[in-house]
Design a protein around this ligand. Structure first.
Ligand code: BGC
Length: 753
C-alpha cells in the first residue's frame, strides 16, 4: 500500500519547515518514524493539533469528520461503523494538515468474535502459553476490523469476589497475574506489533483498582504503599517489562488522590522508576470525573491536574480538547508537559506501524471463527475447568461419565445455564455473538446422542424465581442415570459495575438443586459463573461439582470433554473460594499476625468444624480458612510429590537457588497436574506473608509416570519492599513448598546469607 499520510506530512514539512534537516524531507515516505522524525513532526504541530493527539473519542461525536480533518482527534474507540471508520482513517491521513494516522482502540478483553473464557477462567488453566495464543487470536481477529490497540489485559489483583470485575482479571495473586498478564501482552503485540496482525496492549487499571472498598466498583482504594507496590503494581511491572506500549489508569481514588491525577503513580512510578515510554490513557470519562471526585472545581482544573500528573490521553470526556489550549496560553500548563504527552502518543503510533501502514487491512469475515482458533478456545475452556468434588455418598467418583449410555439410561441436562448462549460468553463479549456459542446442552447431545438426553431448564433464566419448570426437571432427573445441573450466574451479574453483596446462587437455583437432588439420581453440578459462589450446602450433597467459569464460545464442548473424560480436569483456582461473603477479603498470601488461627484449611466435605479457641484471629461461627484454597483443584487421577530439594540450602544473597521436586501420577489415568512453588521468608524487616507463589508448571503425566520439576529462585523473585520502601531481598531463613495447591506440598528450607 502506498503511504499518502506520511507523504502528506513530509510534503508539508518540505514546504513549510524551517530548521528541519533537509535530509529528512528527502527520506522515503515509508521510512520508519524515528525519534528524530517524531521531534520534527512535533515541532510543526499547532497547540490544537497537539491536543488532538491526546483525545480519543467515540465515532458518533458531532462533527467527527471535521474534527479529524482539523487534526483534533487522535483516535477512536469501540467502533462498530467500519465504513465510517475507514473513511475517517483516510481523512486523517490524506486530508488533515499533518496526516497523522488515527489509532483505533477496543475492548477486546477475552476475545474479539471468538470469546475465550473470561480472564479468571483463563487464569484457572495456569497455562501462560495458551493465554498468549488466545490473545494472539483475539488480535488477529480484531485487526481484520481495524483495531490497532486493545484495552487489555486487565491485571487488577482482587481479593474481594463481590467486585464484579474479578471476572476480568487473573485472580488474587500478583505473581500469577503478572505471568499471565505478560503472556497476554506478548500475544497481543507479538515480537512486532506493527506486523498487521498484532495490536498494542493496554494493561489496566493503573493501579490498585482491585482493592475498591466493599467490592463496589469505582470505589475508593486505601492501601499501604507497600501493599500497593508488592501486590498491585507488581503485575504492571511484569507487563511493562514484556513491552506493553500503553497503560490505562484506574477510576479510583488511590490513597487520597484519584489515579487519573496521581503524579505518584503516573510520573514517579511509571516514568521515573520504570522508565515507561508509551502513553497512559484515562479510563472512560475519568478526567472529567476528577470534578465529581472533588479534586477539582471544574473541568479546566481537571484537565490541568491530569496532564500535569502524567495522564497523556483522555477518552470520551472532553476536558483536554475543551481546556488545554487556554491552560497553555495562560501558562498554567507548560508547553513542555503538553509536548511530552504528544511525544508519548506519536511514539506508540510509530511502534504500532501506523505511520507506515495507517489503514487497516481489508475487512475480512474469513479471519473470524477459524477452526484452529475455535479449537484453541475449546482447549482453554477445558483446561480452566476446576473439579471441586467428585465423590458420591459411598465415596466413589461419579466422573468421568461413560459416553455409551443406553436408551434405558439417559442423561438429564437441567438448569438455566445449560443452554444459555449469551451468558456463557461472559461479561466483556462486546463483539462476540451468542449465535456462535456451542452450549453444554448441544455438546452433550453430540456426545451421547440427542435421543439420550432429557433436557429441562427448570428456570427460565438464572435469576428466575418461578418454580413452574421444576416438575419437568424432576421428571427428567428421575428418568435418567445422572442429572447434570448447570447453575451459576448470568453474565450480567459480573463485570464492570456488577458487584454483588450476596454470593448465593441467584433466583430459585438453590431450590431447583434441592428438587433435583431429592430424586436420588446422582447429581453433577457444573457452575458457570464470573466468581466463586456460596456453595457449602450444595457441596455436601452433590456427587460432583465443577467450576467452569463463563467459558466462552466453545464452553459447551470444553465442559463435555471434562464430563466424559476426554480431558482429565486440571484447572486450579486462581483465588481463594470464600465460604461466605463475610470472610472477604480473603487471600492465601496474608500476613501471619501475632495471633494466627490455629486451624489449617480442611476440605469442607464431611467437615466437623470447631472454632478456634483462645484469642486468635478468626470467627466464632465459621472457619477462617476458605472453602477451597488458592491453587486448588481435583483430577481424575492422583499425584504425589517427593524428593523436594533445594540447592544450595545455604547461599549468598543473590545466588540463584534450584528447587526440584518429583511429581508422580499415582492414579490409573493420564492427566495434567499444576505443580506450584510457594515460599515464606520467615523473618523480615517487615513481616512477610505466610506463603507466596513463586513458580508453577502445568505438566502432563501418563499413569505411573514421574517427572522432576525445576524452579529457580533469584534475589529478584524473593525481593519485596522493605521497611525503607526499597525493593530488595533480605538474608535469613526461608521455607519452601512444592505441591498441588497453596495448602499442600512437601516442605523444605534454605538460608540466605
Ligand atoms: C472500563 C475500561 C474500558 C473502558 C473503555 C471503562 O468503563 O473501566 O476497562 O476499557 O471503559 O470502554
Amino acid at each position: 500500500m502506498g503511504h499518502p499520510g506520511l507523504t502528506t506530512a513530509l510534503l508539508w514539512l518540505c514546504l513549510f519547515a524551517c530548521g528541519v534537516p533537509a535530509a529528512l524531507a528527502q527520506e522515503p515516505a515509508t521510512a520508519p518514524m524515528t525519534e528524530q522524525r517524531l521531534e520534527a513532526l512535533l515541532a510543526r504541530m499547532t497547540v490544537r493539533e497537539k491536543i488532538g493527539q491526546l483525545y480519543v473519542c467515540r465515532i458518533n461525536v458531532d462533527g467527527i469528520e471535521d474534527l479529524v480533518r482539523a487534526g483534533e482527534v487522535g483516535g477512536l474507540l469501540n467502533v462498530r461503523d467500519h465504513d465510517l471508520r475507514e473513511k475517517l482513517e483516510r481523512v486523517a491521513v490524506e486530508r488533515s494538515r499533518l496526516g497523522i494516522p488515527l489509532i483505533h482502540g477496543a475492548d477486546v478483553i477475552h476475545g474479539y468474535r471468538i470469546q475465550f473464557p473470561i480472564p479468571l477462567g483463563q487464569a484457572a488453566a495456569w497455562n501462560p502459553a495458551l493465554v498468549e495464543q488466545a490473545s494472539a487470536v483475539a488480535a488477529r481477529e480484531a485487526t481484520a476490523f481495524g483495531v490497532r490497540w486493545i484495552f487489555a489485559p486487565m491485571i487488577d489483583v482482587a481479593r474481594d469476589v463481590r467486585w464484579g470485575r474479578v471476572a476480568e482479571g487473573y485472580g488474587e495473586d500478583p505473581y500469577l497475574t503478572g505471568v499471565l498478564g505478560a503472556a497476554a501482552v506478548r500475544g497481543f503485540q507479538g515480537t512486532n506489533p506493527a506486523d498487521g496482525q498484532r495490536v498494542g496492549a493496554c494493561p489496566k487499571h493503573f493501579a490498585g483498582y482491585g482493592a475498591s472498598e466493599g467490592g463496589r466498583d469505582y470505589n475508593t482504594v486505601d492501601v499501604s504503599e507497600r501493599t500497593l507496590r508488592d501486590t498491585h503494581l507488581a503485575p504492571f511491572r511484569a507487563c511493562i517489562d514484556a513491552g506493553a506500549v500503553t497503560v490505562m489508569s484506574a477510576f479510583s481514588e488511590v490513597n487520597g488522590v484519584p489515579a487519573t491525577a496521581s503524579g505518584f503513580l503516573l510520573r514517579q512510578v511509571l516514568r521515573d522508576e520504570w522508565k515507561f515510554d508509551g502513553f497512559v490513557v484515562s479510563d472512560a470519562k475519568a478526567v472529567s470525573q476528577l470534578v465529581v471526585h472533588g479534586l477539582c472545581a471544574d473541568e479546566k482544573g481537571a484537565a490541568r491536574e491530569a496532564l500535569l500528573a502524567g495522564l497523556d490521553v483522555e477518552i470520551i470526556s472532553t476536558a483536554y480538547p475543551d481546556h488545554l489550549e487556554a491552560l497553555v496560553s495562560e501558562g498554567k500548563v507548560p508547553m513542555r508537559a503538553l509536548d511530552d504527552a504528544v511525544r508519548n502518543v506519536l511514539r506508540v503510533k510509530a511502534k504500532l506501524g501506523l505511520f507506515e501502514r495507517p489503514y487497516s487491512r481489508q475487512r475480512s469475515e474469513e479471519e473470524l471463527l477459524r477452526p484452529d482458533a475455535l479449537a484453541l478456545a475449546r482447549e482453554l475452556a477445558r483446561q480452566g475447568v476446576v473439579l471441586l468434588k467428585n465423590q458420591d455418598k459411598d465415596d466413589r467418583p461419579v466422573l468421568p461419565l461413560r459416553k455409551e449410555v443406553g436408551p434405558g439410561a439417559p442423561v438429564a441436562v437441567i438448569g438455566p445455564l445449560a443452554d444459555a448462549a449469551k451468558d456463557q460468553l461472559g461479561c466483556w463479549a462486546v463483539y462476540g455473538k451468542p449465535a456462535d456459542s456451542r452450549t453444554p446442552l448441544g455438546a452433550i447431545r453430540e456426545v451421547v446422542g440427542a435421543e439420550n438426553v432429557k433436557y429441562a431448564a427448570g428456570l427460565k433464566d438464572p435469576t428466575g424465581t418461578d418454580h413452574s419448570g421444576f416438575d419437568e426437571a424432576v421428571r427428567a432427573a428421575k428418568a435418567s442415570s445422572v442429572a447434570l445441573l448447570f447453575l451459576g450466574e448470568p453474565a450480567a451479574y459480573t463485570g464492570e459495575a456488577h458487584n454483588r453483596a450476596y454470593l448465593t446462587l441467584p433466583g430459585a437455583q438453590a431450590a431447583l438443586y434441592e428438587a433435583v437432588r431429592a430424586t436420588g439420581t446422582p447429581v453433577v453440578v457444573v457452575l458457570l459463573s464470573g466468581r466463586p459462589l456460596e456453595i457449602g450446602d450444595l457441596l455436601r450433597s452433590a456427587d460432583a461439582v465443577l467450576m467452569a467459569w463463563h467459558p466462552g464460545t466453545m464452553g459447551g464442548p470444553g465442559i463435555a470433554d471434562v464430563l466424559f473424560g476426554d480431558h482429565s480436569p486440571a484447572g486450579r483456582l486462581p483465588l481463594s473460594w470464600p465460604r461466605t461473603a463475610g470472610q472477604i477479603p480473603i487471600h492465601y498470601n496474608h500476613q501471619n499476625t501475632g495471633r494466627p488461627s490455629t486451624r489449617p484449611w480442611e476440605p469442607t466435605v464431611n467437615e466437623t468444624w470447631k472454632p478456634d479457641t483462645g484469642h486468635v484471629t478468626g470467627y466464632v461461627d465459621l472457619p477462617t480458612s476458605p472453602l477451597f484454597p488458592f491453587g486448588y483443584g481435583l483430577s481424575y487421577t492422583t499425584f504425589a510429590y517427593s524428593d523436594l530439594r533445594v540447592e544450595p540450602v545455604k547461599a549468598k544473597l543473590g545466588a540463584p537457588l534450584r528447587i526440584t521436586a518429583r511429581v508422580t501420577n499415582t492414579g490409573a489415568r493420564a492427566g495434567d497436574e499444576v505443580a506450584q512453588l510457594y515460599v515464606r521468608d520467615l523473618v523480615g524487616s517487615v513481616p512477610r506473608p505466610v506463603k507466596e507463589l513463586k513458580g508453577f508448571r502445568r505438566l502432563h503425566l501418563p499413569p505411573g509416570a514421574s517427572e522432576t520439576v525445576t524452579f529457580t529462585l533469584t534475589a529478584d523473585s524473593l525481593a519485596f519492599h522493605n521497611r525503607d520502601m526499597k525493593r530488595t531481598a533480605e538474608p535469613g531463613r526461608f521455607k519452601v513448598w512444592v505441591g498441588g495447591h497453596s495448602q499442600a506440598g512437601e516442605a523444605a528450607g534454605f538460608e540466605l546469607e
